[in-house]
Design a binder for this molecule. Sequence first.
Ligand code: NDP
Length: 244
Amino acid sequence: MFNRVAFVTGASRGIGRAIALTLCRSGFDIVVASPEIEKNEEVAEEIRACSGEAMTLNLDVTSPESVKAAFGKTMQDKTRIDVLVNNAGITRDGLAVRMKQTDWDLVMKINLNGAFLCAQQVLPGMMRNRWGRIVNISSVVGQAGSAGQANYAASKAGLIGLTKALAQEMGSRNITVNAIAPGYIATDMTKDLPEELKQKMLSSIPLARMGKPEDIAAAVKFLVSEDASYITGHVLAVNGGMYM
Ligand code: NDP
């Protein structure tokens, strides 16, 4: 009997870290991948402390070479990747009229192109194994739009399109591809938002609280489980009801 292997991008902190820890508790071997190896090692230590298997890798999803090298190394060491969670993501907010081309490009490169490059790396192995799960971490902003986030909204809406296209291409191989659209989650990404904006967002959430990274991790755990084997091409909102 083998453990299934889950590769989580942007796992050094925030939502990615919670996903890595949750999947390890569900019996997956985890690949913790993000640009800074020291930060990945801290998460890997937490995983090992709860008797899980963790491997760490430098991964910059903006670089096709880095992506190839990271997935190549994983296949060398683990021989299989059963689950890919495309979680790496950034914001570079600003009104569209003044947005710098570099801010548009970087957000698209990390949030959307990066997810595509990573998916391309795992699909051949999943097709051979006739089993695979891909979960793309999109956003409520990709569904509803958001003033001041044209780049981010476009990248996250793009992820939803990518999810549905891959789900259609891969269904016959028993590979499911789904997206999660988190709402307002307490991580480094949201901690410096202006107080006024935080209060406005909170007032629009029926469950009247910010989400926790673990709320997203629980949804990932479900989507990669056997219980979700007949769910593909779905966008699961985990947003406290802020967008319905
Ligand atoms: P954080 O800013 O806390 O973490 C982002 C992660 O992405 C870090 O691990 C970071 O690595 C990694 N990363 C950044 N650039 C790259 C890169 N070029 N290659 C690989 N990894 C990279 O964000 P969150 O945990 O809040 O967000 C995780 C995901 O959830 C993102 O896709 C985000 O868009 C999405 N999301 C978040 C929401 C929220 O409210 N927080 C709401 C909706 C969606 P490093 O530590 O080295 O910087």
